[in-house]
Design a protein around this ligand. Structure first.
Ligand code: PBG
Length: 313
């Protein structure tokens, strides 16, 4: 009876696995605050991981690159030999059916760790748009299906759309991190992606957690600029935002279950303070109930495995 009247389903089909890619070979470095999450080199290490992801029925991965060297403008983000471009070429050839998403942000690539080009100590929004366009074209040329700009620059979706169309890539999609809050829940990610800002914080461009209406404005601007999918990030403390956006857009909506949310559950699970399996599936189901079509989550592999076990019962 419970199965018959269940209102919302969670399935491996709804999940996106984030991956951190580094240069070198044989590198498999666990993130201390994110047990079970690794920085991986492109050789068979990443291939093995992606094969597992695909075998579990997860349709998509989101790539983050950790560059060999950083500079003021984050050049490796749009270099043909960049780490993400190398990973994309390999994965595109070996996993033709897997949806490849890339995070477009500059912060992993810049020496100062901010999400754009600096003018003094301030991010120059419009100068950054040009860089994002170049990075998008470079990622797509290497095989990305979807680019995901996460820097919260005004006008980023329009700039990326016109850069992609201009380069003959009108068939590739943009997943906009449309509503991204200046959140302490990104703490562990900054270790994973080596992207902590060298000074200050990201409040010049990321949103105030107290604001909902501003988020709806951000979502509608990005929709008008041509976004194909919208994202709300983080997710657990922002389920009301997911619900509100869901009620106002017909675009697919993605929730990002971020690093700090993962770390909290893992920490409590390891202490034996929570039933991790039940808690993870409850959290992800809650995001679906709030209105998310898809969820980016570091739990993707274990959740997909648990869901298929449950399905067999
Ligand atoms: C890049 C970016 C961040 C995350 C995704 N893309 C970090 C940030 O904005 O500081 C966070 C993801 C997570 O915490 O899991 N700007």
């Amino acid at each position: 009876m419970r199965r018959l009247v269940r209102e919302h389903q969670l399935a491996p089909d709804d999940l996106i696995q984030p991956l951190f890619v580094v240069h070198g070979t044989g590198v498999e470095r666990e993130i201390s605050s994110m047990p079970g999450v690794f920085q991986l080199s492109v050789d068979e290490v990443l291939d093995r991981e992606v094969a597992r992801v695909q075998a579990l029925g997860i349709p998509a991965v989101l790539l983050f690159g950790i560059p060999a060297s950083k500079d003021e403008i984050g050049s490796e983000n749009f270099s043909e030999d960049g780490i993400v471009q190398r990973a994309l070429r390999r994965l595109r050839a070996e996993f033709p059916d897997l949806l490849l998403l890339t995070d477009l942000c500059c912060c992993e690539y810049t020496s100062h760790g901010h999400c754009g080009v600096l003018q003094g100590e301030v991010v120059d929004n419009d100068a950054t748009l040009d860089i994002l366009g170049r990075a998008a074209v470079s990622h797509v040329a290497a095989g990305a299906d979807v680019v995901a700009p996460s820097g919260m620059m005004d006008g980023m979706v329009a700039a990326i759309r016109s850069a992609l169309d201009g380069a003959g890539h009108s068939d590739r999609a943009i997943l906009s991190y449309a509503i991204k809050y200046a959140s302490a829940f990104y703490g562990p990610f900054r270790e994973a992606a080596e992207s902590a800002p060298a000074f200050g914080d990201r409040r010049q461009y990321q949103m105030d957690p107290a604001n909902l209406r501003e988020g709806l404005l951000e979502a509608s601007l990005d929709e008008d600029e041509g976004a194909d999918l919208l994202m709300v990030k983080p997710a657990m403390a922002y389920l009301d935002v997911i619900r509100a956006v869901r009620e106002r857009t017909h675009l697919p909506l993605v929730a990002y279950n971020v690093s700090g949310e993962y770390a909290m559950v893992k920490a409590a699970g390891r202490q034996g303070w929570l039933d991790e399996r039940r808690v993870v599936l409850e959290i992800l189901t809650g995001m679906r109930r709030a209105g998310a079509d898809a969820i980016i989550t570091y739990h993707a592999k274990e959740a997909a495995a648990w869901l298929s076990e449950d399905g067999r019962r």
